[in-house]
Design a protein around this ligand. Structure first.
Ligand code: PRX
Length: 642
């Protein structure tokens, strides 16, 4: 039996090792995590490993410790890995040159960007929002924030001006970093212009730092906007890292919940660092010479933990891709894998399903010999997609890790460890060390034993867990810790199979998972209701071949707005336009059904169960409709269903 301080806990290499680590992590978490945390660079070690009051949503890890995460991502590696590639950047257009940055080069760029931030008045604790293309400067800027102790909040560059403004205002950001424009397949998008529009309603922002990417002319506000490349001329390539407390916030990332307004999930420094590194190395079983590619955008948590922090903490080579899977053709992923000899590939089921629908030649014409491990994230991977991935991409020789986790969990929670713990189609698998999942009944009692299904909750604090929702701790408590006191409530339903492997069934709350991205039904309804034609709306999910779930909107129009059939396309198009303006293209409804009424109970509650059934095309068994105020509404909805 290893001793508590044995460094071997940092890395699991066998099934037996997994069970040992798991046991220790649950029964002696302080000893276990102290041992895992040992090899990092600490300016000062912790006084206590973990202090947790789950019902209050108060969880502290490594309290008393001092550190900077970028010293662990960069400085720590310079001696042994200074000339090793840290980042490979593959552009949208394969004819353009790719870029490679060694750890030393990345370190210098990060220091330089950090100096630019400081020269522009950014101080420790300030919030900096980033609205950027997937270019190296995004990775550099994120790390630059962390270097000086500024809290980064990356906003996915597909969100609309209104959505940016909501996030910037909530975070009270003083600086925004953006670029002149971005490439996405054949499209080019003027992101600076979107930021300009957003900032019309953001009084907290003093400076906008603009990275030149497309070489487009942009309007610069002389009192507010600066070009990064001009600022960088005056900035040194050395920048001492700010000393941070373990529980100082590292970043805010906005995510949707069942209420209308997205929440700013806050992650802190030490616990997140240990979790990102530990989960990355163990799940993917990373070796020194791996070239690792996570296709997620840094605008989402997957990009934070497994494109940026996890790989850099582990001293790995991480590939960053600007483009999309289908440009210039549906072979692009596979071409990039061969070109850069990618050995670990981590993507989303939605991408796999989209590529599966294309002719098989797109994948068969590449060797994919370099691949060793495959990963999936963001939504349940259906068996058909799992087998296609296994057979045509992994050639039957690469373990697949189906990783279940959430923005709030900071890193992977339930997953196979590649080649070590069981990898079964449509199962996320066993919990990682430190993760104690339980299945709960609606009344909050625990369901024991295997072959059971319930609400998925986590019973013990883990280092990477959400600390609060920015500016509103009560909301965090209410959402995650209040529903079942003593547990972190995930919002997912799960099944524990006969072998104790977890299968994630999907959300049990009003959250829709579209292509692995979360939207609250209320959030989309609020957006739709902004349209002047609309009186009321109700949004539900329906099964979608590629996206996993699609958005189905039932909309009641204002009297006279849609007088006859011929008006419908115009009204529907204008509703879509409103959603695109309020949230972004990613949240546009796939189907809109104009209705005259919604199925409501006598107390005025919409019976979504019925709307979901209609959206799924299952109208024969709608269950009990006797509590409805006006059952005739249902018949009308069925008649008009798409
Ligand atoms: O419903 C689960 C689903 O995605 C939700 C979390 O979304 P988000 O915070 O945006 O993070 C996505 C990337 C980690 C979860 O509540 N989900 C995520 N991964 C899986 C999954 N569902 C099934 N299987 C997965 N592997």
């Amino acid at each position: 039996m290893p001793t508590a301080t044995s460094p071997q806990h940092a890395r699991i290499r066998s099934l037996e090792g997994y069970h040992e680590a798991y046991h220790l992590s649950i029964h002696h978490p302080a000893e276990f995590w102290a041992s895992v945390a040992e090899p990092f660079t600490w300016r000062r070690k912790w006084d206590t490993v973990v202090e947790s009051d789950m019902p209050a949503g108060r969880n502290e890890w490594f309290a008393g410790a001092r550190l900077n995460i970028t010293e662990n991502c960069l400085d720590r590696h310079l001696a042994a890995r200074g000339n090793k590639l840290a980042l490979i950047w593959e552009p949208n257009d394969p004819k353009e040159r790719h870029l490679r940055l060694t750890y030393r080069e990345l370190y210098q760029h990060v220091c330089q960007f950090a100096n630019v931030l400081m020269n522009n008045g950014v101080e420790k604790g300030d919030r900096v929002c980033l609205y950027m293309p997937m270019i190296p400067e995004l990775a550099i800027a994120v790390l630059a924030c962390a270097r000086i102790g500024a809290v980064h909040s990356v906003i996915f560059a597909g969100f609309s001006a209104t959505a940016i403004a909501d996030r910037v205002n909530d975070a009270q950001a003083s600086v925004v970093i953006t670029a002149d424009g971005l490439n996405r397949g054949t499209k080019q998008i003027p992101v600076k212009r979107v930021v300009d529009e957003a900032l019309e309603t953001c009084s907290s922002v003093r400076k906008v730092i603009v990275v030149e990417h497309l070489g487009w002319p942009v309007q610069m506000d002389p009192d507010r906007d600066v070009w990064y490349h001009e600022e960088a001329n005056n900035a040194a390539k050395i920048c001492p890292a700010e000393e941070m407390k373990a529980e100082d916030p590292l970043f805010i990332l906005y995510t949707s919940g069942s209420t209308g307004k997205p929440k700013g999930v806050v992650h802190t420094t030490a616990g997140y660092m240990v979790w990102a590194d530990y989960t990355f190395r163990n799940v993917f079983q990373v070796e020194e010479n791996d070239v690792y590619w996570c296709t997620a955008d840094i605008g989402w948590v997957t990009g934070h933990s497994y494109l940026l922090y996890g790989p850099l903490l582990a001293g790995s080579t991480s590939l960053m891709f600007e483009g999309i899977p289908t440009y210039p053709d549906a072979g692009r992923f596979w071409e990039v894998i061969d070109k850069h000899s990618v050995s670990i590939f981590y993507t989303a089921p939605t991408a796999i399903r989209a590529l599966m629908a294309e002719p098989l030649d797109n994948v068969l014409s590449y060797s994919l010999d370099s691949l060793r491990v495959l990963g999936s994230v963001g939504e349940p991977i259906n068996e058909e997609a799992w087998h296609w991935y296994n057979e045509h991409v992994g050639k039957g020789r690469c373990p697949i890790v189906d990783t279940w986790w959430q923005t709030e969990t900071g890193g992977i929670m339930i997953s196979a460890l590649a080649g070590i713990t069981p990898s079964v189609p449509a199962r996320a698998g066993l919990p990682l060390p430190g993760v104690l999942p339980v299945l709960l009944r609606q009344d909050g009692t625990e369901i024991e034993g295997n072959g059971e299904e319930g609400y998925l909750a986590i019973k013990q604090s883990w280092p990477g867990m959400i600390r609060t929702t920015y500016g509103d701790h009560y909301r965090a408590v209410q959402t995650y810790f209040g529903p079942y006191p003593g547990y972190y409530f995930t919002g997912d339903g799960a099944r524990r199979d006969e072998n104790g492997l977890y299968r994630i069934i999907g959300r049990v709350d009003d959250v829709i998972n579209v292509s692995g991205h979360r939207f609250g039904t209320a959030e989309i309804e609020n957006a739709i209701n902004q349209n002047p034609n609309v009186v009321e709306s109700a949004v539900v999910a329906f099964p979608h071949d590629v996206k996993g779930q699609g958005i189905y909107a039932y909309v009641i129009c204002r009297e006279g707005a849609c007088k006859n059939e011929a008006d419908k396309p115009r009204v529907e198009a204008s509703i879509i336009e409103t959603v695109v303006a309020e949230i972004g293209k990613i949240a546009r409804p796939d189907k809109i059904q104009l209705v005259t009424g919604l199925p409501k109970t006598r107390s005025g509650k919409i019976m979504r169960r019925i709307l979901r059934k209609v959206a799924e095309g299952e109208t024969s068994n709608l269950g009990d409709v006797s509590t409805l105020l006006d059952p005739a509404v249902v018949e009308d909805i069925i008649q008009g269903a798409k």
